[in-house]
Design a protein around this ligand. Structure first.
Ligand code: FE
Length: 204
């Protein structure tokens, strides 16, 4: 069993003009596919073959298999990224996640501000995450291919700040790219669908 390239949940031109068809074609069709293909090559015939992507990440981290960890993590992160955006994104969150945002950040604008600051102050390539940590929300950044998978935190949504994610459309203007994500693309329904039930969680 090999790891499959996850489906893009919308057409390649669906995020125009905020993410161009050209960017998405390369990002999904070349970069994401490249990580999946490399991973399948690396795990073939090893004790990683046949494991789920999440299990590969956890095991590779434990055994310091850095090449496998990086490619598995990038395969997972990109699949999660596509779901974190939507052609009809940028709407106001509602329900439980809205309540959690208010409790943690005060309001949505404050969350966006903190997300922006985290993204702008992150040096080099990496990922910005909204995660659930117990009953609260947190924004965190990871470098290069790293992710919160295998920690006690649950990823709710992510943004890719590798230059390949935005350079064709925004050149060096990372701030405008992040604004487009926060105001036009962010998919709160996906974030809400990733919330874990804390009572069930604590009882487990
Ligand atoms: Fe990427």
């Amino acid at each position: 069993m090999t790891i499959a390239l996850s489906n893009l949940p919308y057409d390649l031109d669906a995020l125009e003009p905020y993410v161009s068809t050209e960017t998405l074609s390369f990002h999904y069709g070349k970069h994401h596919r490249g990580y999946v293909d490399k991973l399948n090559m690396l795990v073939e015939g090893t004790s990683f073959a046949g494991l789920s992507l999440e299990d590969i990440i956890t095991k590779a981290r434990e055994t310091s298999e850095i090449d496998i960890l990086n490619n598995a993590s990038q395969a997972w992160n990109h699949a999660f990224l596509w779901e974190s955006m939507s052609p009809s994104g940028g709407f106001k969150p509602s329900g439980q996640i809205e309540e959690m945002i208010e409790n943690e950040f005060g309001d949505l604008d404050s969350l966006k501000h903190q997300f922006m600051q985290a993204a702008l102050s992150h040096f080099g390539s990496g990922w910005i995450w909204l995660v659930q940590d117990g009953s609260s929300l947190r924004i965190l950044t990871t470098g290069n291919a790293d992710s919160p998978i295998g920690t006690q935190m649950t990823p709710l949504l992510t943004l890719d700040v590798w230059e390949h994610a935005y350079y064709l459309d925004y050149k060096n203007e990372r701030k405008r790219y992040i604004e487009s994500f926060l105001d036009r693309l962010i998919n709160w329904n996906f974030a809400a669908s990733n919330l874990t039930d804390q009572e069930a969680h604590q009882a487990a």
